[in-house]
Ligand binder design. Structure first.
Ligand code: CO
Length: 238
């Protein structure tokens, strides 16, 4: 829906007045500090805004978004967001949030060229290739897309757990719980993919359980041989 920029600024003024009217001092209190409990790693898609979906106001959720909610170990932008959120803000939960009907995941699934982003989406194609046998067994492209949207959440959640930032937080006993969720554009609802991980020992079992659940949801049987998640080295282990 097109708006004139002047309308956007006017809407912003009314929004700020409304917030201040319902919660006097809201903005001046936020000036002092931010204490978000949550780090949201999601897709840049305009239909998946973190705060609105969670019903949260400014100050409640630290957000990183990119095309297809990818977390790779060489992405200094994402790693810096994670490091600041965990070390400085002490967020307690990190949620990797994918969504059904994701354009980036669709392009990756079908080798569709979209431009420079093809290189970024190679990471999602890696997920596709890792699970190619399962995806090929599904009856149609709709089922494959839904499955790949879920699998991408699982794999990116795994990447989050493998970062030095999260590993170091767990090693020093800091409470950080990671979650994998997927959002339905069609109904506005979040679904927990039950990849909830509280420490390094839970990574492999949680990944295996969540992956089996993806297979069962898509009408298959749980995989007999799970694609292995990279073994995490415990701190001090060589
Ligand atoms: Co998307």
């Amino acid at each position: 829906m097109p708006y004139r920029l002047r309308d956007l600024l006017e809407q912003n003024r009314r929004w700020a007045e409304g917030v201040e009217a319902s919660r006097p001092g809201f903005f001046t209190n936020l000036l002092q500090q931010q204490e978000p409990q949550y780090l949201w790693i999601g897709c840049a898609d305009s239909r998946v805004p973190a705060n609105e979906i969670l019903g949260l106001l400014p100050g409640d959720v630290f957000v990183h978004r990119n095309v297809a909610n990818v977390l790779v170990h060489s992405d200094l932008n994402a790693l810096s967001v994670m490091q600041y959120a965990i070390d400085q803000l002490h967020v307690r939960h990190i949620m990797v949030v994918g969504h059904y009907g994701c354009g980036g995941v669709t392009a990756a699934l079908h080798n569709r060229r979209v431009g420079l982003a093809d290189n970024w989406l190679r990471h999602v194609q890696d997920v596709r290739n890792k699970h190619r046998g399962f995806l090929d067994s599904l009856p149609d492209d709709d089922a494959r897309l839904r499955a790949l949207c879920e699998l991408n959440v699982l794999e990116q959640s795994l990447n989050v757990c493998e970062t030095t930032v999260v590993q170091d937080a767990w090693a020093r006993g800091q409470s950080v719980v990671t979650h994998g969720w997927v959002y339905g554009l069609h109904n506005g609802l979040l679904q927990d993919l039950e990849m909830t991980i509280r420490n390094a020992d839970e990574v492999q079992p949680a990944y295996a359980r969540a992956l089996a659940a993806v297979h069962l949801r898509r009408g298959g049987s749980a995989p007999s041989a799970l694609p292995s998640a990279t073994r995490l080295a415990n701190p001090g282990e060589t």
